[in-house]
Design a protein around this ligand. Sequence first.
Ligand code: ATP
Length: 571
Amino acid sequence: AKRQCPRHFREEEEEIGESKFKKTIGGRRSVILESEGEEVEEIEDDHDLSASDDDIFSDEDGKEVSVKDILTNFGSPKQEQGDDGQPLPKKSTEGDNSYLSQTRFDECSISPLTLRGVKAAGYERMTQVQESTLPLILKGKDVLAKAKTGTGKTVAFLLPAIEVVSKLPPVERDQRRQPINVLVVCPTRELADQAAAEANKLLKYHPSIGVQVVMGGTRLALEQKRMQTNPCQILVATPGRLRDHIENTPGFATRLMGVKVLVLDEADRLLDMGFRKDIEKIVAAVPKQRQTLLFSATVPDEVRQICYIAMKRDLEFINTVGEGTEETHSQVKQMHLVAPLEKQFSILYNILTEHISENVDYKVIVFCTTAMATKLVADLLSELKLNVREIHSRKPQSYRTRVSKEFKESKGLILVSSDVSARGVDYPNVTLVIQLGVPADREQYIHRLGRTGRKGQEGTGILMLAPWEDFFLSTIKDLPITKAPLPTVDLDTRKKVERALGHVELKNKESAYQAWLGYYNSNKNIGRDKYQLVALANEFSRSMGLDNPPAVNKLVLKKMGLNNVPGLRAK
Ligand SMILES: Nc1ncnc2c1ncn2[C@@H]1O[C@H](COP(=O)(O)OP(=O)(O)OP(=O)(O)O)[C@@H](O)[C@H]1O
């Protein structure tokens, strides 16, 4: 039977404005990603770059500034020119190695079989976080670890966990309820898949140790069969689906009594109110006598106060970011653009075509605020003949898995994504991250930006906000982010984008409008004044080329507390 749980925790939640916010720790919101959507055929297009890179803009005081100027002064690393004007050799794709420590894996006290797996994975030296946490974890300590994005946190918790399992006494083969010894919880399906794949790499020479993954979007019965018929000392899971198994899979709760190590990856996200009930249920289902490891690139103070839900008092807090230094990477250029909604699609198009013309190996992620905004932007950019894929929680899992794998292995591609790709996903060589609209909170901004600049590589981050979203900048003012001049749009580009918008299906615009309402209605800064919210929603509607804002299902308006607000049309 389908797990019946409070509506705001179900992964397969019916649609209200795409994403829901629950009051969370310290008033920060958590976004719970939404349910499967109907299958939409994948969009495949070659891109012809017709927008010339000398598209001229003028900044607030009328100074002419081109997108090339913006990106050169603030954005993607230019092809360095020598004195003779010839391009200098590109920096190695492997960035600076400062994320690596001096300690080699073969100097550590790990088992020969594990060491073989590490070497086969191509890892020679430990990263800072791996060097700092391994000895403590092998000593049995609970560890709360904070380390920048893309610095090897997954291996940092998997490697010692495998060592723990490899030292356990063998269990009788026929034992029906083979114990699960390590439980790794990840907030999204792509992350769970990725962690399981990393574990399999490290287990290459441990034939008797197996890892299984359970997550929403796959059949429960298939997972139950796999866990019964294959070695499953290590289980990687998303919270909702794990809770399903605890409640509905016979014998599963017994197997969890064998857990020696519990790992919460992206811990601050998992301890947010959005997952809190699931996490409490999971913690209650594993032995109190265990080791608990929490890892993330961001550990807000309130998380340190509540991590005791799951951890021993004498936990070790490892912070390789270092107090007082930025939580983002210095080799990633960050900038923000404040532009009215009516210009944003055109500015986005110019930034992308400029970046593509400057970077033959371009690999871009465009983050949008909701699943339906993601779909709209992906459709628009495809109409503009860019090479685009989309990934969000309204896509079937098979599609998400396929697109995630393709993007991981490709260059010359733009991935338009909701927050399913905000944290943890390891896409190598991403050259540019664009964030459209105010992020859910500061942590989400940092994690999204962290999709580029991994393993010491260079990258660029652009945050595009509407004037009424610039309050967000105060939450990231400590980060090395610069303001780019406001570009305006030349007529040709505006017309080209308007024509493309005209080909985007009306129902996608209607869904994006409803999702927009859901997202900003829940934003404590913007959702407070309902009349202003409606006026801004109409601005968003016009930016999609709709003169009249779409009508919204009256039940949905009611659930948003927006019924009877003048200016909204109910149907
Ligand atoms: N010791 C190592 N040497 C070289 N590469 C490594 C090492 N450890 C991990 N990696 C690689 O570094 C990349 C980033 O690792 P990982 O995804 O675990 O980073 P992360 O710190 O978890 O990032 P995020 O905060 O975004 O989740 C991966 O491609 C991984 O294979």
